[in-house]
Design a protein around this ligand. Structure first.
Ligand code: 4AD
Ligand code: MG
Length: 467
């Protein structure tokens, strides 16, 4: 008999009532009350489980079935019928039960609440718990929502390379890609490692951002975006940094910083709205057990007016509170997480774009402002997560860009192609990077980035049990 997915059964049980159906899945819980027993069966097709009714008298496999532990896999056939008890409108009255695998008693996910810390040690199993089932499905829905938003707004989806030879952010936090024998490194006359002998004939790394390639493609399609993995060898063991994370990077031609912020705001609101309509059971669960008030916060986010203040203004508003910070807020220094959170959570009490940062603390490609001290950069800060987005208008004037590269001692030859984009039909353009994990954290109320990545990679993580 053909299997019916549980989501199909639960979507409209009344329509299937009276029919004989087959459902396969895993036991969430089983209980025996003597004459009848119950199994909550989940097949992953939706958040909720199907109640299976076992009747001691009529079901041959009764004794075996009621004592199945959580995690056991089975196939049930039976008739879907109205359920007299509360909690569910219908239940499947089992006629046959075929056990695929009974889960032994040492299965680590028993029917009780486990700490997220404990579950982090079981990355291969934790998606079976309600919390991770909700978070990872929300992640899937949010990824699809990104594509839908972009498609509705006329963007072309481009794939940028994962192996690169340039350091987009200039922060030197890259993972090297090499096939050289580390025990016997080839050396040149000066004694330095000879990367000419390496696979690509030069130094190569995992990308920290697809921006520069996206800029090239934006000069062909006008509006493009990438959505792919980025890698950063930052040794910052925080709850908001991962060594491997996903980033959405739109790049738009004939656009300035305001257009960039308008796009960012529209995207964030779209994601929140989309999740509210598509992830009802997941959000209800998370709101109740993980992050109280989550749904109300998401609804507020869709309505919020995102504030926009300059970096200079932000520092002026933070400085009077310097006594309460570990690092003082002062013009010229980058904003620390504590400053960002204070701005968005206390001073403005909502999402805020901070714009026009000092040029010294931002990347080489950002467009110089007329004041000669700042660049057309923007960071979007959100309560709870801090920096969600970093973006800028790009320097489209070839002479200014060349001068900046030179000033920073970057090798001109490496950026020749990037300068070509300005020389050949250069246009004002802007873009940003939205950290996908941070968006998932914010929209599921998850506090640690390791809990929104199915298999997180972070500094030192290889020492722990890992998949
Ligand atoms: O601010 P970032 O470094 O900006 C860029 O990479 C630009 N090239 C983007 C662009 O303009 N196309 O990174 C963008 C976002 C951050 O705001 C943050 O949300 C996320 O990426 N991010 C990280 N997320 C998780 N772990 C890390 N280690 C992250 N580093 C950045
Ligand atoms: Mg940034």
């Amino acid at each position: 008999m053909k299997r019916t997915e549980i989501r199909t059964i639960l979507r409209d049980p009344a329509a299937l009532a009276g029919r004989i159906l087959r459902a396969d899945g895993w036991v969430k819980s089983a209980r025996d009350s003597g004459r009848v027993g119950f199994i909550d069966l989940n097949d992953g097709s939706c958040f909720d489980s199907l109640q299976v009714l076992l009747d001691a008298e009529s079901l041959a496999a009764y004794a075996e079935a009621v004592k199945l532990g959580p995690g056991s896999s089975l196939s049930v056939t039976g008739r879907l019928q109205p359920s007299p008890a509360g909690g569910q409108s219908h239940e499947l009255k089992a006629e046959t039960v075929k056990i695929y695998a009974a889960c032994p008693a040492d299965y680590p996910l028993q029917k009780k609440r486990h700490s997220l810390d404990f579950l982090r040690s079981l990355p291969h199993l934790r998606a079976r718990t309600n919390v991770f089932a909700a978070v990872f499905r929300a992640r899937s829905l949010l990824a699809l929502a990104v594509h839908r938003f972009m498609e509705e707004n006329g963007f072309v989806y481009v794939h940028t390379p994962i192996i690169t030879t340039s350091d987009c952010e200039g922060a030197g936090e890259m993972f090297r890609v090499t096939t050289l024998d580390l025990e016997r490194l080839p050396r040149n006359a000066a004694g330095a490692v000879d990367f000419g002998a390496d696979f690509f004939g030069r130094e190569a790394n995992l990308t920290v951002s697809g921006q520069m390639e996206a800029e090239a493609l934006a000069h062909a399609f006008g509006k493009v975006y990438t959505f792919g993995p980025a890698f950063r060898a930052e040794n910052s063991n925080t709850a908001r940094h991962a060594a491997e994370f996903w980033m959405i990077e739109p790049e738009i031609a004939f656009a300035d910083l305001n257009d960039d912020m308008n796009l960012a705001e529209a995207l964030v609101k779209y994601l929140a709205r989309d999740l509210l309509t598509r992830a009802e059971p997941e959000l209800a669960f998370l709101d109740r057990f993980v992050a109280n008030g989550l749904i109300a916060r998401l609804e507020a986010l869709t309505q919020a007016e995102f504030a926009r203040i300059t970096y200079t203004e932000a520092v002026a508003r933070l400085a009077p509170r310097n006594a309460s910070f570990r690092y003082e807020a002062r013009w010229g220094a980058d904003l620390q997480t504590e400053h960002e959170r204070c701005l968005t959570e206390q001073i403005l009490g909502g999402p805020v774009f901070v714009t026009d940062y000092p040029r010294e603390i931002k990347a080489f490609y950002m467009r110089a402002n007329d004041d000669g001290r700042t660049v057309a950069a923007m960071d979007l800060l959100l309560p709870g997560v801090g920096e969600l987005i970093g973006g800028s208008q790009r320097e489209e004037r070839p002479e200014l860009l060349s001068a900046r590269l030179q000033e920073l001692g970057l090798t001109a030859a490496d950026y020749e192609w990037y300068l070509d984009l300005r020389r050949f039909g250069g246009a004002p353009h802007a873009g940003f990077g939205l950290g996908f994990e941070r968006a998932v954290m914010c929209m599921t109320g998850t506090a640690n980035i390791r809990d929104v990545l199915p298999f997180p990679r972070a500094a030192g993580a290889a020492a722990r049990r890992e998949v």
